[in-house]
Design a protein around this ligand. Structure first.
Ligand code: FES
Length: 162
């Protein structure tokens, strides 16, 4: 009896089946990787200037707290007020987040110590925001800022989908 040359042998069937399963697995694993690689093409960085306020009353070497409205996240239009400290040193201004670099507790200026104190674990920062004691690993985050007249603005950048 002649064998049909169009029929697959068991070995050929197993080989092609393995190849097909491998191709499907590669495709399923590859889609997220390709998406991750290409996703920056579909986002753009947007820079926004947020108004801090009138800084004409900020005394020299006396960090002053302001509340600034920030978007809660990139998906909603809700805002949240966050504190920033404005420090005037010899007519130069520094603007810090009040978020501790250890575990994100809010720091506050202690005028009797002349330092920023984090109440959670006793982290200390000097008037320039440099970490000088306790667990904080880095200085307080500083904002890029500009001054129009006596109004201070800070730069806040975020990524939006396009
Ligand atoms: S969160 Fe500030 S010292 Fe730990």
């Amino acid at each position: 009896m002649a064998r049909d040359s169009r029929r697959l042998s068991r070995r050929q069937f197993a080989f092609l089946g393995t190849q097909a399963v491998g191709a499907v697995v590669t495709l399923l694993l590859g889609i997220p990787i390709v998406g991750f690689i290409l996703s920056p093409l579909f986002h753009r960085q947007q820079v926004v200037w947020r108004q801090v306020g009138d800084i004409s009353g900020v005394p020299d070497r006396q960090p002053t707290k302001f509340e600034v409205s920030f978007p809660l996240d990139e998906w909603t239009s809700s805002n949240v007020n966050l504190a920033v400290y404005v420090v005037k040193l010899n007519n130069e201004y520094l603007v810090f987040s009040n978020t501790c670099t250890h575990m994100q507790c809010p720091v506050r200026w202690q005028s009797d110590l002349g330092q920023f104190l984090c109440p959670c674990h006793g982290g200390l920062y000097d008037i320039t925001g440099k970490n000088i004691g306790g667990p904080p690993p880095k200085p307080l985050p500083q904002y890029v800022h500009r001054i129009d007249g006596t109004t201070l603005f800070i730069q806040n950048s975020f990524t939006e989908s396009i």
